[in-house]
Design a protein. Structure first.
Lengths: 177, 363
């Protein structure tokens, strides 16, 4: 009787979505009661193999979370030849910088296999921050963590490169003084 | 190349506008039902957020609303029958009162030296008598044609719209998903962005205006009922309905209340009292409800708003006034996002200017 009642009223997709999103680092720290609100803010899309999700230079508007399938991230090198820089799998996410600003994408995304993704838009994140502040804050905290990690790794890679001599040291000295 | 890409889009938009003009009357119940379903969607998502299936959530909300409307309709019809019989009895009193008010004001006018010469007073008396009689006869003659012209289509719509609302509530998001399947993969992100932006601004506007409509109707009803104004409930319904139309709505609501007060009590003091009650409700609305509506809705300049209302009235009459502002909200978002897309697509977007923050060293 209880099982019939549960099957009749409860959405199996809801439980499936919840268990998937709990595994995504972006949404791991969201309070359980706010997952429902988060789902309302996520758009779900299906892409076929070979579909271009976005191209390098397009204005970024959403964070993509890959539920299943594979997506390749491609960037053109100095000669203009497309280079595959990463292949993403289930649970991976990309395009998170577009939640911060609306600048052009730095790489293209192409579906390698049929895949399903969730999209989170900046407008929805703003609404989430107001209506479910704990969920919004958890996403922002993770975003800050990702950006800080990348910044530190960029700085570390720059330290290994030979530095060029500064022709005019005055502007730099202004900062040091 | 640029023209080649824009041409199909422009053709599609022209076809849509043409279809809207040609099928305006047919599309009206669909538009109205879609707007109602859209306004009710937060109630459905309330249940969805708790893991309830959409079909069951729609069923709960729809049944609750049907019960509410059947109760209200039952109460409204029985009250309307009662009021109609009262109105029939009181009509001669009202007519006499309006006539007396006119006569009193003519007497006041006659005190003016310029108007006291000649037969201005007598002429005005005749005009009032004849005018009231002619108006009453014409109004009575118009009743059957008004019933067939306005009341019957309204009844037809009141049966059709709830039926359509149910299907819009049930399959609205799925239908949108189906439509998105036709969008090329690369433009899905942008199309969804347009939908999210429109949903954000239009949704807030519609829900806000619905809240305002309920607020205005409720408090106007209470205020007028406490004053002892006849037909307070009907005026409250009118206040509530006209709240959807900026500027013109509040004006017509104030005029309706004032006219009834004038006819009922026949004094200018009563008219002032009714206007004061209405003014107080408007002030409360400005302080409490308007900030909620304007908090996240699309900001439209008052001049553009007036133009929208005039254009809406000219193109679609009453319903043009009703849907004018929401359509303007949608168009504004479409233009904003479309312009952004055009700039990126054709490379005319300015390069990001480094802000002062980028000058601060990273520690």
């Amino acid at each position: 009787m209880f099982k019939w009642f549960k099957d009749y009223w409860l959405d199996p997709e809801f439980a499936h979505k919840k268990s998937f999103l709990q595994r995504v680092p972006f949404f791991r720290n969201i309070p359980r009661r706010e997952y429902g609100r988060l789902f309302q803010g996520l758009a779900k899309r299906h892409y076929e193999a070979g579909d271009v999700l976005f191209k390098e230079g397009d204005v970024g508007r959403a964070l993509f979370i890959l539920e299943w399938g594979q997506i390749a991230i491609v960037r053109r090198d100095a000669a203009g030849t497309p280079q595959r820089i990463a292949v993403l799998d289930s649970g991976d996410y990309f395009g998170e910088i577009s939640l911060m600003d609306d600048q052009p994408r730095t790489a293209s995304a192409v579906a390698v296999t049929p895949c399903r993704v969730y999209l989170l838009y900046r407008t929805e994140l703003d609404a989430l921050l107001q209506e479910a502040p704990h969920a919004g804050a958890a996403i922002m905290a993770h975003l800050a963590e990702v950006l800080a990690t990348r910044l530190r790794s960029t700085l570390a890679s720059l330290e290994h490169k030979p530095s060029e001599p500064v022709s005019d040291p005055e502007p730099l000295m202004k900062h040091i003084r | 190349m640029r023209e080649q890409k824009l041409l199909p889009l422009l053709l599609l938009m022209s076809l849509l506008v043409f279809a809207l003009f040609k099928l305006g009357a047919v599309l009206l119940p669909f538009g109205l039902a879609a707007a109602i379903a859209y306004g009710l969607n937060p109630l459905v998502t309330y249940f969805e957020m708790r893991g309830i299936r959409r079909q069951r959530a729609v069923m709960i909300v729809y049944l609750a609303l049907v019960c509410l409307f059947v109760t209200l309709a039952f109460l409204g019809i029985s009250a309307a029958i009662q009021s109609a019989s009262n109105f029939g009895v009181e009509l001669p009193v009202y007519v006499r009162r309006v006539r007396d008010l006119g006569v009193q004001n003519v007497a006041l006018l006659e005190r003016w030296p310029v108007l006291s010469h000649g037969n201005v007073g007598t002429w005005l008396h005749q005009q009032i008598d004849q005018g009231a009689h002619t108006w009453l006869v014409t109004a009575m003659q118009k009743v059957p044609s008004a019933v067939s012209l306005h009341v019957l289509p309204l009844l037809e719509m009141s049966l059709l719209v709830p039926f359509l609302v149910f299907f819009f509530m049930l399959d609205g998001p799925a239908f949108l998903d189906k439509l998105l399947d036709f969008v090329p993969a690369r433009y899905v992100e942008m199309t969804l962005n347009i939908i999210v932006e429109i949903n954000y601004s239009l949704g807030n506007y519609l829900r806000g205006i619905m809240l305002q409509s309920c607020f205005m109707g409720f408090f106007a009803g209470i205020g007028y009922w406490l004053m002892g104004l006849h037909y307070a409930v009907y005026i409250a319904v009118w206040v509530s309905l006209t709240s959807f139309i900026p500027y013109l709505g509040p004006l017509s609501a104030a005029v309706a209340g004032s006219l009834v007060a004038l006819v009922q009590w026949g004094t200018l003091g009563s008219l002032v009292k009714v206007l004061m009650v209405y003014g107080a409700i408007r002030m409360l609305d400005d302080w409490l409800i308007q900030p909620l509506i304007l908090r996240r809705a699309v900001d439209i300049h008052p001049l553009l708003l007036v133009f929208t209302l005039m254009a809406g009235a000219s193109l679609g009459g009453f319903w043009g006034l009703f849907f004018g502002v929401p359509i303007a909200c949608m168009l504004k978002v479409l233009i904003q996002v479309g312009w952004q897309w055009y700039c990126t697509e054709y490379g005319s977007r300015p390069a990001p200017v480094p802000s002062e923050l980028s000058e601060i060293p990273i520690i």
